[in-house]
Structure formats: structure tokens, C-alpha cells
Write a protein that binds this ligand. Structure first.
Ligand code: IVH
Length: 676
């Protein structure tokens, strides 16, 4: 049989299993007997084993999750369900702790205790209890809004339905992981690739009776909204969870010091194959709740917790080709196309090569045999090259000097801040000149953290672009729906849904809007800072007219790199045109100002010198929470100069000259009715 024929057979089998899965998950109907289903699955796996070029994202060999079913109502989490940052090494872990020490301005010697909790690889859920009664249960969803899966969660024995303890809070969201034990999974003979999928699939059954048949377990580990919780730290909270009837992980430990965290990590990694549920790392949480609160969150992950992932899986394969992908910011990323290989249960056919320097440093060439590493959900990368196996006629890989998409020159920029030449080579075109960059910008525009248009994924962006239905962001709001309805794969209903999702997103907050523009170096955090500073869209847009970029420097957290990038953005006519067009279509909501009647209302502050027991970042948050403002230089606009240890003499002298009030840390804290 030739390759095409085999592929066709494979695809028809994949389509069939996809149909069965959809019916099973969305309509709770099995279209075939279990035996027939299992045979089909076996046939697909056999084909993949014999012909390694076969690869489909819908294959049962892939551990993909299932799309949220349409069967459930959505509901907002009172407090968002955050995700966690990752660390992979001792060095990463040292840095994690350093950041905490700096943020909290902890003096030498004070130990930070962490609750070290093995990270179960299941499905997280949030259970709301009111007056001791299990009231509502939500899936994580996008972190802000989840699916109401109360009835299914009620079938889980580990979830208490009524809690009578006196110290149980009046209201609380108990959060934890729903999972299946490996031993239970083995005897399930169900249609799932792994225990995680089985847990996810069964939680999303339309009929709770079906969920009941699967032995789901629940382990509790944190809380969301609470009213009346009496616990000072995570380890106390875990103990209370037990007392209230929840299961917690028996391997949770209270540990201080990176060395001890590493020892615990290695110990648990060794035990990993013998534990009856899948864990993919260890979560470390700063134990003390006061510290947690002070540390707060960055974007959608807490500063006070991190996941230490277990080491990866490795495999050897051949580099078939090196492709250059072009990103939203013009960065050229080389990607190795490798002979598909199974690494820890996932078929890998791409590995990132990071950038030009990386290729040169490792002298990576097409045809080379390489060790490929896959760690967690991170994109696989090349660890090393086996030069012994290198073909005689192999040639050094020459990185393109022109953009493969638009032909513009590619450049390596000089970073004025680090005073180094960038490792990344970029397409030098601006705005929407380069097609590939434009497509990536549009993908970013509709993405989850930006406009978050339901059902408008990357594939649709590519497809609509090819068909010339979209070129600029504003085109998304002026789609020719009649034409789309006639396209293959579309119908009246799906077009109606798309139209609805797009129209719904015409209202947007300023920070999301700024982020969606995809200005280089302006990620979520910086977009928030800009939105907080400018409050209204028109003030933000005016930046370009007044050429008043100096004001930007006053925003704490925005540096020279960001200012240059914003300048660059506004100097491009296409970008200005896009802003004007979008302004006509959208309702951009003003940023919420911090309650502007706080104790520090209309007061401006500047800190000079080292403070004791608090970092600059924390002082800034404190000022802003109380409606004050921080500015970055001494000027007539300044009301208070807060001086710490070894202040800058120039600043103090100038402040005296301008008759600005100079205060020390304890005077500042007194203003807030806090004592140091
Ligand atoms: S705490 C803000 N604790 O890991 C803290 N999460 O990447 C976030 N997880 O969605 C959650 N075990 O599904 C926490 N002991 C544990 C956990 C844990 C597993 C999962 C959870 C979450 C993901 C974060």
C-alpha cells in the first residue's frame, strides 16, 4: 500500500473515533459497543506504530482533554482560580525564593516555611459551601468562569455534602483535584487514553448516574472566596480540611530551605512510580497567610506559590528539516521537524531550536540525530546532537538573512538596557506589512487573554486570512457572514454563534484592549499598568498625538525598553489607523480607578533609600490601594518624599529646596494608621 492510501485509511478511522467521542461526551450516547470501540482504538494505535508518519491530534494516543461540553451552565468564580508558575531546577527554585525575600524585604536569616504538596494531575474543581451545605461545584474553566458540574460532583464520595463543625466558615469555596486512581483506571476498560482524561470525561457526563459509575476521588488543597475562615497558615488550613471531612494529600509536608525542598522533591520523585495516582510535580506554597496576602499575584499566578515539575522524558530521533516560524513580534524561531517519536506517551514531531545563536552554539544541522526532551506542557527541545552519527555531506545551517514571509531584511537588535546584541533575529518590517506577522497579531488579538472571542481560534484566523476575509483587527467586526455561511464546514447556526461571540466582545476593558494590540514588551502586566495610568482609551491614544512619551516613564514598572516599543508602535501609520477604526466599533471601558476616596487621596509619594521590612513594590501597592500615587522623580508635583536608609542626597536636597514634606517609614505607616 502506498503512503497516501494508508493515510486515508488512518484519517477515516480517526474521524470515526472522533464522532464516537463527541456523541459520548456531548450527548452521552455510545454509538457502538465497547468492544467495537476498543477494536477501532487498537487499529489506530497499530497503524501509528507501523507507520510513524501518521499523526493526528484526535488520536487516542494523545492525551488531549475534551472540549467543554455544551451541557453545562457557566458560572463565575467569586475569586478566580489561578494557575501556577513552574520551576524545573534548584537554580529556578533559588530564584523563586529570592524574589519572595526581595518582595517582602526579609532580612538575613528569617526562614520561609512552605507547604510542599505533591501536584496531582487531575481536574481542579471549586466547591462552594454555604452554612455547612455543599451548594455549588464548578470546574476551573478559564479560571474566571467555570462549568456548573454540581450534580456530578455530588456523586463523589470524598466530597462532604454537609459539614457540621463549629469552626467551618459561613461561606467558603473549597478547591481541590478530582482524579482517578491508577488501579481503578486499569479495571475501567473505558474509552480514555489516561486517568486524567477519564476523570475529565466522566465529570462532564450529562447524566450524573454515569459519573457515579466511575470511582472519582477528591483531594482538597486550597480555598477561594471565604467568610469566617479561621486559619493563619496553609498547614493549619490543611489540618482543618481533614477535620471537616475532606481528604488531603498524605504526602503534604511543611518544609523550609531550598536544600530541604530539593531533598523532599527527590524522595517523592523516587516514590512516584509506586503511588496510585499521577503526580507531575510538587506545589510549594508560602505557608503564612499574611505573607501570601502581601505577596499577591502576578497576572494569573500567585507570587507565593510555584509548581516544581518532575524531570522530563527524553528520546532520540532524526532532524528531518529546520523550519523558520515567524512570531507576532517578528521573531524568527527555528523549529526542528523530527521523525515522529513517542516521548512519555505523546507523539512529538516538532522541537523548538529557540534562536539562531542556539543553532550555532550546538551546530545543529538537518539530518542530525538528536536527543529530544519533553518536560511537562513545555514545547519539546533539542538537548544534544550526536555528532558521531552525522552524515558526511551535512552542511552548516545558514539562518535566513531575509524574512521568509515578506522578504524584509532580518536583524538582530542591540538591546540598550542589557547592552548586548539580541540572540533573536527578527523581521525588520513594521506594522502589518509582513503577512506572517499579521496573522500572528490577529491570533493574539482574538486570544484568551485579549478579546477572547469564543470559537475564533488560530485555525479560523488562518483560514479567514487565506480567504482575505480579514487583514486587520477591525475586519473581525465587519465579517462578511453571508460568504462564511457558504464555506465548507460552516452553516447557519455556526455563523450565528460566531456573530454572537464577536458582537459580545465589542465591550472590552482598557487593559485587555491594550494587551490585544500586541505591542512588543507590553504583556498583561504592563497593559494593566498602562490602563491604570491612562484610565480612558482616548488618553492612551493621545499619547501618539502629543508625542508626550515622558509621562510614560512616570509609570512604575514601565522602563526604557517598553517606552521605545510604545513609541515605535505609535509611529506606525497602520497602527494609528487600526486604533481609529477600532474606536468606532468598540466600547472600551475606562479602567477602574482604585477607590479614589482612600486615606492618601490626591497625595503623591516617592521613596528614596532602603526601607526596612518592606520592599519598594509593596510600598507602591500600599500607596495605590489607599488612592495615593507614586511618581518617579522629585518635582513640584511631589507631596511626600519617604526616606529610608542611605537616601539619594540629590533627591533629598532638591525636595528640601521645593519645600516638599520629607518623612520616614514609620511616619508613612502612621499615615495609613499602621505602625511599623
Ligand atoms: S493550588 C493559586 N495546590 O495545579 C494556587 N494546585 O497549575 C493554585 N494542583 O489548577 C492551585 N495539586 O489543578 C494547588 N496542592 C495543590 C495542587 C494544585 C494540583 C493543580 C490545580 C491547578 C494547577 C495549577
Amino acid at each position: 500500500m502506498n503512503k497516501v492510501k494508508i493515510k486515508n485509511i488512518y484519517i477515516s478511522k480517526i474521524n470515526l473515533i472522533k464522532k464516537y467521542n463527541q456523541s459520548y461526551f456531548d450527548n452521552n450516547t455510545s454509538l457502538v459497543s465497547d468492544e467495537e470501540y476498543d477494536n477501532l482504538k487498537k487499529e489506530i494505535l497499530k497503524l501509528e506504530k507501523n507507520y510513524t508518519f501518521l499523526n493526528s491530534k484526535d488520536s487516542p494516543s494523545k492525551s488531549v482533554g475534551f472540549k467543554p461540553s455544551k451541557n453545562f451552565q457557566k458560572s463565575v468564580h467569586k475569586i478566580p482560580m489561578l494557575s501556577l508558575g513552574n520551576v524545573f531546577s534548584e537554580e529556578d527554585l533559588i530564584n523563586f525564593e529570592k524574589k519572595i525575600i526581595n518582595y517582602l524585604a526579609i532580612k538575613n536569616g528569617l526562614e520561609i516555611f512552605y507547604s510542599a504538596e505533591p501536584k496531582i494531575d487531575g481536574i481542579s474543581a471549586s466547591l462552594t459551601y454555604k452554612n455547612g451545605k455543599f451548594y455549588k461545584g464548578l470546574s476551573r474553566g478559564d479560571g474566571k468562569e467555570g462549568e456548573d458540574i454540581t450534580e456530578n460532583l455530588k456523586t463523589i464520595k470524598d466530597i462532604p455534602k454537609k459539614i457540621l463543625n463549629k469552626d467551618f466558615p459561613e461561606e467558603i469555596d473549597i478547591r481541590g483535584e478530582v482524579f482517578i486512581q491508577n488501579s481503578d483506571f486499569k479495571i475501567l476498560n473505558e474509552k480514555f487514553a489516561n486517568p486524567r482524561n477519564a476523570a475529565s470525561g466522566s465529570l462532564r457526563q450529562k447524566n450524573p448516574e454515569e459519573t457515579k459509575k466511575i470511582p472519582l476521588k477528591f483531594i482538597a488543597y486550597t480555598f477561594g472566596y471565604e467568610k469566617g475562615l479561621m486559619a493563619n497558615n496553609q498547614s493549619d488550613f490543611l489540618k482543618k480540611l481533614n477535620k471537616w471531612g475532606f481528604k488531603t494529600n498524605p504526602m503534604n509536608k511543611l518544609i523550609s530551605g531550598v536544600k530541604n525542598l530539593m531533598a523532599n522533591y527527590h524522595e517523592i520523585e523516587k516514590k512516584r512510580p509506586y503511588i496510585d495516582f499521577d503526580i507531575d510535580g510538587i506545589v510549594y506554597k508560602v505557608n503564612d497567610f499574611v505573607m501570601q496576602k502581601r505577596l499577591g499575584n502576578i497576572a494569573n499566578a500567585p507570587r507565593w506559590a510555584v509548581a516544581h515539575k518532575f524531570s522530563s522524558n527524553k528520546a532520540v530521533s532524526k532532524i528531518l528539516d529546520i523550519e523558520i516560524q515567524i512570531g507576532r513580534t517578528g521573531a524568527l524561531t527555528p523549529v526542528a521537524k523530527i521523525k515522529p517519536i513517542n516521548i512519555g506517551g505523546v507523539i512529538v514531531s516538532n522541537a523548538t531550536l529557540h534562536n539562531e545563536d542556539e543553532i550555532n552554539r550546538k551546530d545543529i544541522r538537518i539530518g542530525d540525530t538528536a536527543v529530544i526532551e519533553r518536560a511537562g506542557d513545555v514545547i519539546p527541545h533539542i538537548l544534544s546532537i550526536d555528532k558521531q552519527k552525522r552524515l558526511k555531506n551535512s552542511k552548516k545551517f545558514i539562518f535566513p538573512k531575509n524574512c521568509p514571509s515578506c522578504g524584509s531584511k532580518t536583524i538582530k537588535e542591540f538591546n540598550k538596557v542589557t547592552k548586548k546584541v539580541d540572540a533573536v533575529r527578527r523581521c525588520s518590517s513594521e506594522g502589518y506589512y509582513c503577512d506572517k506577522i499579521s496573522i500572528e497579531k490577529l491570533k493574539h488579538f482574538v486570544s484568551k487573554e485579549a478579546f477572547n472571542i469564543d470559537g475564533f481560534g488560530k485555525k479560523i484566523v488562518e483560514n479567514f486570512w487565506e480567504l482575505k476575509l480579514i487583514k486587520f483587527p477591525q475586519d473581525i467586526f465587519k465579517l462578511n457572514y453571508e460568504r462564511i455561511e457558504k464555506l465548507e464546514g460552516w452553516g447557519k447556526l455556526s455563523v450565528q454563534n460566531l456573530k454572537y461571540s464577536i458582537n459580545q466582545k465589542k465591550k472590552i476593558t482598557l487593559d485587555r484592549f491594550i494587551y490585544s494590540l500586541g505591542i512588543r514588551h507590553i504583556g498583561l502586566e504592563n497593559a494593566k499598568l498602562l490602563s491604570k495610568h491612562y484610565i480612558t482609551f482616548s488618553k492612551f491614544k493621545n499619547l501618539s498625538m502629543q508625542n508626550d512619551y515622558e509621562d510614560l516613564v512616570n509609570i512604575d514598572g514601565i522602563g526604557e525598553t517598553q517606552v521605545n516599543s510604545i513609541k515605535n508602535f505609535f509611529s506606525n501609520e497602520t497602527n494609528i489607523n487600526i486604533l481609529n477604526e477600532l474606536e468606532k466599533i468598540l466600547a472600551i471601558k475606562d479602567a477602574l480607578q482604585n477607590s479614589d476616596d482612600g486615606i492618601l487621596k490626591n497625595k503623591t509619594f516617592l521613596v528614596t533609600g532602603k526601607l526596612s521590612g518592606v520592599s519598594r513594590a509593596e510600598i507602591k501597592s500600599l500607596i495605590e490601594e489607599n488612592s495615593g500615587k507614586t511618581i518617579s522623580s522629585v518635582s513640584k508635583k511631589l507631596n511626600f518624599l519617604i526616606i529610608g536608609d542611605k537616601p539619594t542626597k540629590r533627591k533629598v536636597d532638591y525636595a528640601k529646596e521645593l519645600k516638599i514634606k520629607i518623612i520616614d517609614q514609620s511616619e508613612f505607616l502612621k499615615m495609613l494608621n499602621k505602625t511599623s
